[in-house]
Design a protein around this ligand. Structure first.
Ligand code: NAP
Length: 280
């Protein structure tokens, strides 16, 4: 169903969420359905994908379609284009991420390659493909989900942060190139969000008695629903949006600090994460 004066009417009837079987992507598919979008959900795990789609249908009475695909697949443009053929695709939300973690030199090169494929190349391919179609139609919206990790070097996630920076800057550039064509683009900088893989800090004591703003954020993550809702509240809000006011405050504060301090502050966050307790 298309709601009068609704986002589907403005942008197009279907929203594609890449990386929609769990976490923020599943919540984003739900938030899209809540606004009356029919939703295409894409991910690798077929059972989780179908469960996620069923929840959207049951909650909001919209149509769903699933594309089972690996976003690192070199044939991804054809796969996705076939999956959405004939649909009025109004919104593309690129949410999936590969996340190699550990010291850069210890991670096999193949994982770094996959990081570039999923976090850089495929968003480029899909923005190119569907951005052209949106410009032809004179309407549409593109969201690239980035991360606070994109704002500075980050130890233990060095190539992930670098790849998320690519998405961040690509989305901002697209905002300026497409806005005169009726197409909204934005980069969405996501901070700590309690998805199922989120492990957070090793404990409240991980950051001592006076945690920095960044550390406070890790200790109080957003819910996936809060972060997903904000995507749609800010679809036409400008080139860069943040998932939480505290994330924006951290980013602004960082802009005036020496890079040594900024990179080390992020490293201090990483060191307190459950999975790296022993690494330091
Ligand atoms: N959670 C946080 O604290 C946080 C913080 C900053 C930024 N972010 C960003 O938020 C986004 C979502 O994160 P999340 O925490 O929700 O992650 P998540 O729970 O791991 O979910 C990732 C989603 O992407 C899909 N996916 C991953 N690799 C894929 C591939 N190669 N092909 C197809 N689908 C793939 C996964 O599905 P399958 O496994 O079924 O394929 C899943 O649906 C990411 O862009 C991440 O960088 C999250």
């Amino acid at each position: 169903m298309t709601h009068a004066g609704s986002l589907p009417e403005r942008y197009g009837r279907w929203a594609l969420v890449a990386g929609a079987s769990s976490g923020l992507g599943a919540a984003t598919a739900m938030a899209a359905g809540a606004r009356g979008f029919d939703v295409v959900l894409l991910a690798r795990r077929p059972d989780r994908l179908e469960e996620s789609a069923a929840r959207v249908r049951e909650a909001h009475g919209v149509q769903t379609s699933c594309i089972r695909a690996d976003l690192a697949d070199p044939d991804i443009e054809r796969i996705v284009a076939e999956g959405v053929a004939g649909l009025d695709l109004g919104v593309l939300i690129y949410n999936a991420a590969a996340e190699p973690e550990g010291r850069f030199l210890d991670i096999p090169l193949e994982e770094h390659r996959e990081n570039i494929a999923v976090n850089c190349w495929t968003p480029t391919v899909l923005c190119h493909r569907f951005g052209r179609e949106m410009v032809e139609r004179g309407r549409g919206a593109i969201v690239l989900v980035s991360s606070m990790a994109a704002l500075q070097g980050i130890k233990m996630y060095a190539s992930y942060g670098a790849a998320k920076a690519y998405e961040l800057i690509l989305g901002e550039g697209l905002w300026d190139e497409l806005r005169d064509h009726g197409v909204d683009a934005m980069s969405y900088v996501v901070g700590a969000t309690a998805t199922e893989n989120y492990q957070g800090a090793s404990g409240a004591e991980a950051y001592g008695e006076a945690p920095s703003l960044r550390q406070q954020r890790i200790l109080s993550p957003s819910t996936p629903t809060e972060v997903a809702e904000r995507i749609f509240e800010r679809l036409d809000g400008g080139p860069r949006q943040y998932s939480h006011d505290l994330d924006e405050a951290i980013a602004l504060e960082s802009g005036s600090l020496p890079r040594i301090d900024v990179v080390q502050a992020m490293g201090a966050v990483t060191s307190g994460l459950k999975r790296f307790q022993k690494v330091g």
